[in-house]
Design a protein around this ligand. Sequence first.
Ligand SMILES: Nc1nc2c(ncn2[C@@H]2O[C@H](COP(=O)(O)OP(=O)(O)OP(=O)(O)O)[C@@H](O)[C@H]2O)c(=O)[nH]1
Ligand SMILES: [Zn+2]
Length: 216
Amino acid sequence: MTLANSSPKGNQNGNLPNLKTQSEPPVSEEEMRQAVRTLLLGLGENPDREGLKDTPKRVVKALKFLTSGYHQSLDELLNGAIFHEQTDEMVLVRDIDIFSSCEHHILPILGRAHVAYIPDGKVIGLSKVARICEMYARRLQVQERLTAQIADALQGLLKPKGVAVVVEASHMCMVMRGVQKVGSWTSTSAVRGVFAEDAKTRQEFMSLIRHTPSWS
Ligand SMILES: Nc1nc2c(ncn2[C@@H]2O[C@H](COP(=O)(O)OP(=O)(O)OP(=O)(O)O)[C@@H](O)[C@H]2O)c(=O)[nH]1
Ligand SMILES: [Zn+2]
């Protein structure tokens, strides 16, 4: 199953087509490097000095890595790791590192995700929960959408009794620039199924993840 959008231009939810299926990237690597060079010139720098001469290449490589989630599919990352298991106890994977990029400033969003689900006949390989988080984090994001995409992916893959996701993150666009609130962090949640319907189940999840993030 692939959740990548089939529209060639992507959509307003930050989905892009799976570019693997396209023969030619829309912009060449060289054009991307030239754009970084132009940025450096605009900043008053000399892009030909020793320390910067390879910077356009490095920046393009880094940005491609940080957005490599556009080129992944759930099918590929799952590698078949969904297993039939008769259990209906909560599964929680906590403290999954999140390194994402905010779509407004292309600056880092750094934090943690906590992901729980209550199975209904199927469980997923635990590492795949973290891989799903990574796939959506390595895109240009807003935290709310990242949180919902993780929840919806698990809901779609496992059809569990419920899914709950909390993301706690600090936005460098709010720390290093703009309003400059160094200690601020944002918590977002997405609950599906029994976590949305039953306050007790939701509370159990919340009490399991309650902690002071060490990075705050
Ligand atoms: N809801 C939401 N907002 C975000 C996220 N990441 C960044 N933003 C916000 O996006 C907004 C963009 O506002 P603008 O006024 O267009 O941009 P700006 O002038 O750079 O804003 P300031 O950051 O206030 O200086 C800011 O308030 C950011 O804090 C996110 O993940 N979710
Ligand atoms: Zn931002």
